[in-house]
Design a protein around this ligand. Structure first.
Ligand code: SF4
Length: 287
C-alpha cells in the first residue's frame, strides 16, 4: 500500500567552475566585478565530480546539479558538461542529472541531452521590470528564451528565482507568474543571502513574506511539481521548516550552495524525519 506520508525530495549542487564570470548581476558573488571573497577555480576534475556525486547520492540526493559560472554555454563548456554527464551516468544509477550553465542555445542543449543530462536549470532570477536595475550585461528576455529552448529540446526545465533583492511586492507577483508561465518541472526558490561585497547589501523579505511566496508559487504550479527551497533556506526558515513545507515546498537543496555553506546533509535528513515526513527515494514518487 502506498504511504500517504509527504515525501521531501533532496537535490545537491556541484559548482564545477567557480567565480569567473564577467557579468554584472548585482546579487552574485561569482561576478569578478565585485571581488567577493569566495573560492574561485577552473574546471574540477571529472573524477572528483563523480566522487562528489556518489557522496551526494549516499545522502539521498535524487537530483544532482552541475553548475558553471558565466553567462552561458560555449563550445568548451558544453563539451565539458557532456563529458561529466556521460561519466556520471555510466557510474551512478538513479540520479536526475541537471545542468545549470546559463544561457543556452537549442543546439547546445541538444548535445547535453544526448550525453545523458535529464534537466536544465535556468532561473529567471527576478521580475522582468526589476531585472534591468540589477543586471545590465544580459537581458531578462534572453533568460526567458533560454528556458523556452530547454523545453524545445525536451529536457525537463527547472526554473525559479531569488527573492529579497530589493524588489517590490508587485515584482514578486510578476516573477511568480513568469515562472509559472514556463510550466517548469521544478522550481527552486532562493532567498537573497546578503554579502557586503555586493551592490545589494540587504535582504528585503521577511520569513512570513517568504512563506507567502512559497504558498503562491505552489498555487500557481499545481500539486505535482517540485517546489524546492534552495539558497537562503537556513537564513530564512531555520526555525520554521515545518511552516516552509506546509506552505507548499516539497524539496530542498542539501549540502553546500554555490559559494555559501549549507546544513550538514545528515542533519537535514533528521529534521525531515522529525517533522514526520519521508525522504523521497525516487523521482517518480511525486507523480
Ligand atoms: S551570469 Fe550567472 S554567474 Fe555570472 S554574475 Fe550573473 S548570476 Fe553570476
Amino acid at each position: 500500500m502506498l504511504s500517504m506520508k509527504k515525501e521531501i525530495f533532496l537535490c545537491a549542487i556541484n559548482n564545477v567552475l567557480s567565480g569567473s564570470c564577467d557579468q554584472d548581476c548585482q546579487f552574485c558573488t561569482q561576478s569578478v566585478r565585485y571581488r567577493a571573497n569566495i573560492e574561485r577555480y577552473n574546471y574540477k576534475s571529472i573524477d572528483k565530480i563523480v566522487q562528489e556525486a556518489l557522496i551526494a547520492k549516499s545522502y539521498g540526493a535524487l537530483g544532482y546539479c552541475l553548475v558553471t559560472a558565466g553567462v552561458g554555454l560555449d563550445d568548451k563548456k558544453t563539451e565539458f558538461i557532456a563529458k561529466v554527464a556521460r561519466a556520471i551516468k555510466s557510474e551512478i544509477e538513479g540520479l536526475n542529472l541537471i545542468a545549470c550553465n546559463g544561457l543556452a542555445s537549442v543546439e547546445q542543449l541538444r548535445v547535453l541531452k544526448e550525453s545523458g543530462v535529464d534537466s536544465y536549470n535556468h532561473n529567471l532570477e527576478s521580475a522582468k521590470a526589476y531585472d534591468e536595475k540589477i543586471c545590465t550585461t544580459h537581458s531578462w528576455q534572453e533568460r526567458y528564451q533560454a528556458c523556452l529552448n530547454v523545453k524545445e529540446v525536451g529536457l525537463k526545465l527547472c526554473s525559479g528565482g531569488i527573492f529579497g533583492m530589493g524588489e517590490s511586492e508587485e515584482d514578486r507577483v510578476s516573477l511568480i507568474e513568469a515562472i509559472a508561465s514556463l510550466e517548469p518541472e521544478a522550481v527552486p526558490l532562493n532567498f537573497y543571502h546578503p554579502n557586503l561585497a555586493l551592490p545589494i547589501k540587504e535582504r528585503n523579505i521577511s520569513m512570513v513574506e517568504g512563506l507567502k511566496v512559497i504558498h503562491t508559487m505552489r498555487e500557481k504550479l499545481g500539486v505535482e511539481k517540485l517546489l524546492m527551497i534552495a539558497g537562503g533556506r537556513e537564513l530564512m526558515f531555520k526555525e520554521y521548516t515545518k511552516e516552509m513545507f506546509e506552505a507548499g515546498a516539497n524539496a530542498i537543496v542539501i549540502g553546500n550552495y554555490l559559494t555559501t555553506e549549507g546544513e550538514i546533509p545528515s542533519t537535514d535528513r533528521e529534521m525531515i524525519h522529525a517533522l514526520g515526513y519521508g525522504v523521497a527515494s525516487s523521482c517518480e514518487a511525486k507523480d
